[in-house]
Design a protein around this ligand. Structure first.
Ligand SMILES: [Zn+2]
Length: 568
């Protein structure tokens, strides 16, 4: 048995329709499987999925780099709304065929558990529903990607307002905050109507699969085998008790330092220790060149992998008009390469985002040697452990001459990072609690009730900021959270992983070399072990309890105080 019946590379599929690809699945579905043939069959099936997913990834990358090109949009939509959902359908069929043989190996167990769940919750009638949801997602991206704000007479994409949110001039900050909120206020009706449709479709998909609501569906659908909805609620409570008051203290210190009588939402991004915001790099070339040296210091192997990404053009980092917002790292499974997309404008946040996405990229490199595509990608809880730990592991190397900052600058960047960790935990809890409310309260299809629920949850978790008179702007925050639209329930993973990353960091404070070695070991496991074992290998554990979370929050607060004491 050979792989020659497959196309030679993903580029051969760039313009394919599902009709071109289906025959390969027909071929695999029609073969008789026995102990002789099964391994070769599995390799070919995996190879086929590598080809198709890489072709889809390349179409998605091309589109997000240039959302105004309708041909690129059509290619991306063909893959995301037509080919991938159809492929998933055929994959479930092949997975059934595989499970029927009873074939298993230790490194295939987690894959088979996922296949079993996929088959259990798969419903033919959900295929067009998920395809329609993809179209709505693309529409969300189109609306938000084309948002601009008029700033000093120039129309700018919203990410380019970020630097002005950091201005020392409070008036400029307020103007930037309002300018960046305005497109969301203007589009609130359109986005709410879009979400209404998405909510309705998701609830229907969950019911079709035999679940009471979409949350009950999403736990198995996202292969959340190692924690429960109750654990997530414990997480919300623990964050409310530990991180929320810590954030309040952090913001109080900020308010005093800035000499303000109250902290408004536009006072959160300015560096209270510097006249000017840090400007760690002036263009993508400098961002990349310094990152290369930083990763070399973290680990020579990781440095070589990042060099490969530079050499092979696998980075598109600077903000340009027409690019989709946000940042991501996408895996090209056929070639075993990651691709990083970002909207960098020269800020510390961009450096942190690159470290984060590079963590995902190192994960893709580390897990690619595993033979089958399903063995490589663990859930987001492990994926985000890789990316968030890298933010910490790289932090000691960010000073000049290697990195981006002078010693003093590094201290305030570090302080900013630690404060962001606490702020993000609080944000994660509100986003997860909000999505839980949307899909379990029975009122998630009511646009006004949604906005009210968001305000209630924000008040519960986000303390220390005066939002009076800015309710509409506060509501706009959830419309900006693309996960709620595009990747439902994808958010608690960031919290679980952040708590894991804090443990990796705590280990690295005592023994950095061992912490990095264990990190790489965990990444190389790909998806062939259960989540708790991946965390254990990295030197961490899954945690939802108030004691452990409290300890980690306290550690961050101690280091915040230390960094603050060292600043002028
Ligand atoms: Zn990530």
């Amino acid at each position: 048995m050979t792989v020659s019946f497959l196309p030679p590379s993903p580029s051969a599929l760039a313009k394919s329709s599902w009709e071109d690809i289906a025959p390969y699945f027909d071929d695999l579905a029609g073969r008789a499987l026995d102990t002789e043939s099964i391994e070769g069959w599995l390799r070919e099936w995996s190879r086929l999925e590598e080809l198709v997913t890489e072709a889809a990834a390349r179409a998605m990358i091309a589109y997000t780099i240039d959302t105004s090109d309708s041909a690129k949009e059509a290619d991306h939509l063909r893959f995301s709304t037509e080919i991938l959902p159809r492929m998933e359908e055929r994959s479930v069929e092949l997975a059934k065929k595989l499970l029927q043989t009873g074939y298993t190996t230790p490194s295939l167990e987690t894959t088979l558990a996922r296949f079993r769940t996929q088959i259990e919750i798969f419903r033919e009638e959900n295929v067009p529903i998920f395809a329609e949801l993809e179209e709505h997602s693309a529409r969300y991206q189109r609306i938000t990607g084309s948002m601009t704000a008029l700033w000093d007479g120039v129309e700018r994409p919203l990410p380019q307002l970020q630097p002005f949110l950091k201005s020392r001039d409070r008036g400029v900050r307020e103007r930037a905050f309002r300018a960046a909120s305005q497109p969301y206020l203007d589009q609130r009706g359109a986005l709410a109507a879009l979400f209404d449709k998405m909510y309705e479709l998701r609830m229907r998909a969950g019911r079709n699969a035999g679940f009471a609501d979409f949350r009950d569906y999403i736990f198995p659908a996202k292969f959340r085998f190692d924690y429960t909805p109750e654990d997530c609620e414990r997480f919300h409570e623990a964050i409310e008790q530990t991180a929320a008051p810590a954030v309040e203290r952090v913001l109080e210190a900020r308010q005093q330092r800035l000499g303000l009588d109250r902290l408004r939402p536009w006072d959160l991004a300015v560096d209270p220790y510097r006249e000017k915001p840090l400007h760690p790099f002036s263009d993508a070339g400098e961002l990349v060149g310094k990152a290369q040296r930083v990763f070399d210091r973290v680990d020579p192997m990781l440095g070589r992998e990042f060099q490969t990404m530079i050499d092979e053009g696998l980075l598109d980092l600077e903000s340009r008009k027409g690019k989709a917002p946000g940042g991501y790292c996408e895996t090209l499974h056929f070639h075993g390469r990651p691709f990083i997309f970002m909207n960098a404008v020269g800020l510390v946040d961009d450096v942190m985002t690159l470290l984060h996405e590079a963590g995902h990229a190192f994960h893709a490199f580390a897990s690619h040697p595993l033979p089958l595509i399903w063995q490589r990608h663990p859930g987001s809880e492990a994926a985000e452990l890789a990316s968030m730990s890298m933010e910490f592991l790289a932090s000691p190397h960010l000073t000049e001459p290697v990195g981006y900052f002078s010693r003093a600058e590094a201290r305030s960047a570090w302080l900013e990072h630690l404060e962001d960790v606490l702020l993000s935990l609080v944000h994660i809890a509100s986003v997860d609690a909000f999505q839980t409310w949307i899909y379990t309260s029975g009122q998630g299809g009511d646009a006004a009730a949604r906005d009210q629920a968001w305000l209630r949850l924000r008040t519960r978790f986000e303390r220390g900021v005066d939002w009076s008179g800015l309710e509409r702007e506060r509501v706009a925050r959830w419309y900006r959270q693309l996960h709620i639209f595009m990747y439902p329930f994808y958010y608690i993973e960031y919290g679980i992983a952040q708590l894991g990353a804090l443990q990796v960091w705590r280990n690295s404070l005592k023994d950095p070399a061992t912490a990095v070695a264990r990190y790489r070991e965990a990444l190389a496991l790909g998806a062939v072990r259960k989540l708790p074992e991946i965390y254990q290998t990295a030197g961490a554990r899954l945690t939802f309890d108030v004691e452990t979370i409290g300890e980690l929050v306290q550690l961050v607060e101690e280091h915040i105080e230390r960094a603050r004491a060292e600043l002028p």
